[in-house]
Design a protein around this ligand. Structure first.
Ligand SMILES: Cc1cc2nc3c(=O)[nH]c(=O)nc-3n(C[C@H](O)[C@H](O)[C@H](O)COP(=O)(O)OP(=O)(O)OC[C@H]3O[C@@H](n4cnc5c(N)ncnc54)[C@H](O)[C@@H]3O)c2cc1C
Length: 416
């Protein structure tokens, strides 16, 4: 008889895990407190860009960002009223802003991301119908120093991790590729093999294929309690129902920390709040996803729309739309364009990136349990890493092991 797995959280990580578990012959149920993929997995930039996979805590971040930290329209902002609640997490985060941890984190992320394109292609081959673009990823800069640093970073990255070397572009060459980029841009670089997807289309494709294969998807079902016997989870509960299974997988994104407490597991996840604005039928057209190097914001073109987004705000889990932050995103993008990006209509959005203090995902068995797993903490790169993560979790649940090196993502590392 097939074994039963229950997944808690129906974002892109839960959906992808459900997909690979189903492929391994499991009876899968996914419980989602709201609508599927309606939290951070919606509204993001959709970059599938393994060359960019680095831990968020990086050397020099503290120095260069200190001027931003309390400024309401800056790329990184800590809400003063949230500081007491966040201080433990922030001090752990700051400890990881050093060369050694950053290099180790990059190595770990890149060892997983080598499979990203192959797995995205295999999803297409299996009939998932989603919007994926292969025009590469364009990085543009207003400042020569930042440009130089960007070029060096990706030359080094290509040597160390095997992604394509950057094609270096003058300002005019950038404008040849993207005529709406302003004369203020001094140059850029193109990573030709990187991709981007429309993230909503990926989640929708997962939902459709899972439903068509008989996977049980339950929306509006919030998991509130667990029932345990020693080191085994027997069932989980919503307010109205009790669900039994052989194995449980926690993929609740930024909310995973709350639920982890029910497992007596102290998982340090904070929400890294970001904003985006989706502009329908935009007045300016773009061919490439564009990383705006100096302001850390981005533009993603999709069929019929363009999305601008960015910023990182540490203010706890809350979906309030801070107009200053949204205006900050608009201003960051305007600096790079010849004219204002407008359209028929706009959707402003905010999402909670699940952030660990070392900038690495958490993948594996929940400490002290033998049938409860966790997959979260993907920060800025959850869409890109979703297929690899899903495959890893299915491997682990199925056989207790995986070919990927997952030691750096050990859920136990916070308890040591
Ligand atoms: C502005 C912005 C831009 C981004 N751009 C990119 C990008 O270009 N490329 C990239 O790879 N990543 C990007 N990201 C990051 C990416 O969006 C996230 O890493 C990813 O969506 C996380 O997915 P998740 O499934 O872990 O979390 P979520 O999508 O948040 O899903 C978690 C789900 O769990 C549910 N849940 C929570 N608690 C419970 C409960 N008790 N019971 C049941 N369900 C529960 C929630 O409702 C939610 O649906 C971006 C993020 C932001 C904010």
């Amino acid at each position: 008889m097939n074994k039963n797995v229950i997944i808690i959280g129906g974002g892109i990580i839960g959906l992808s895990s459900g997909y690979y578990l189903y492929q391994n012959g499991y009876n899968v149920t996914i419980l989602e407190k709201g609508d599927f993929a309606n939290a951070c997995s919606k509204g993001n930039q959709g970059w599938v860009c393994p060359a960019l996979h680095t831990p968020v805590p990086e050397p020099g971040l503290v120095g260069s960002s200190i001027k931003w930290l309390m400024k309401k329209d800056s790329p990184l902002y800590i809400k003063p009223s949230a500081v007491p609640r966040l201080s433990g997490w922030v001090s752990q985060f700051l400890k990881h802003c050093n060369e050694k941890d950053f290099k180790a984190g990059k190595d770990a992320l890149h060892s997983l991301s080598n499979s990203t394109f192959k797995l995205y292609d295999s999803l297409k081959a299996d009939g998932l119908n989603f919007e994926m673009h292969r025009e590469g990823m364009l990085f543009v800069f207003l400042n020569n120093n930042e440009l130089k640093q960007g070029i060096n970073k990706f030359i080094q990255g290509s040597k160390l991790y095997g992604h394509e070397p950057p094609t270096i572009l003058s300002g005019d060459e950038v404008r040849k590729l993207e005529p709406n980029i302003s004369n203020k841009v001094v140059g850029g670089l193109l990573l030709k093999e990187q991709r981007h997807v429309n993230p909503e289309s990926v989640s929708k494709a997962f939902v459709e294929i899972l439903k068509s294969r008989g996977v049980c998807l339950r929306s509006n079902t919030e998991v509130t309690e667990i029932e345990r016997q020693d080191n085994k989870i027997m069932a989980i509960m919503s307010d109205e129902e009790r669900f039994e299974a052989d194995t449980f997988l926690l993929t609740a994104g930024a909310w995973s920390g709350y639920l982890a407490k029910k497992f007596d597991y102290n998982l340090p996840i904070q929400a890294g709040k970001g904003y985006s604005i989706t502009i329908n039928n935009p007045t300016l057209k773009f061919k490439h996803p564009i990383y705006l190097g100096d302001t850390k914001a981005g533009i993603s073109p999709y069929k019929g729309s363009a999305r601008i987004g960015g910023t990182m705000e540490l203010s706890g889990i809350n979906l309030s739309m801070d107009k200053n932050r949204i205006q900050g995103v608009r201003n960051s993008v305007s600096k790079y364009l010849n004219e204002e990006l407008r359209g028929d209509s706009e959707i402003e959005w905010t999402g909670m990136r699940p952030m660990t203090p070392d900038g690495l995902p958490v993948l594996g068995l929940i400490p002290n349990f033998k049938n409860a797993f966790v997959a979260t903490g993907h920060g800025m790169v959850g869409v890109s890493m979703a297929p690899t993560t899903g495959k890893i979790m299915a491997d682990l649940i199925n056989s207790g092991t995986t070919d990927f090196d997952i030691e750096p993502f050990d859920p136990n590392r916070f308890t040591k």
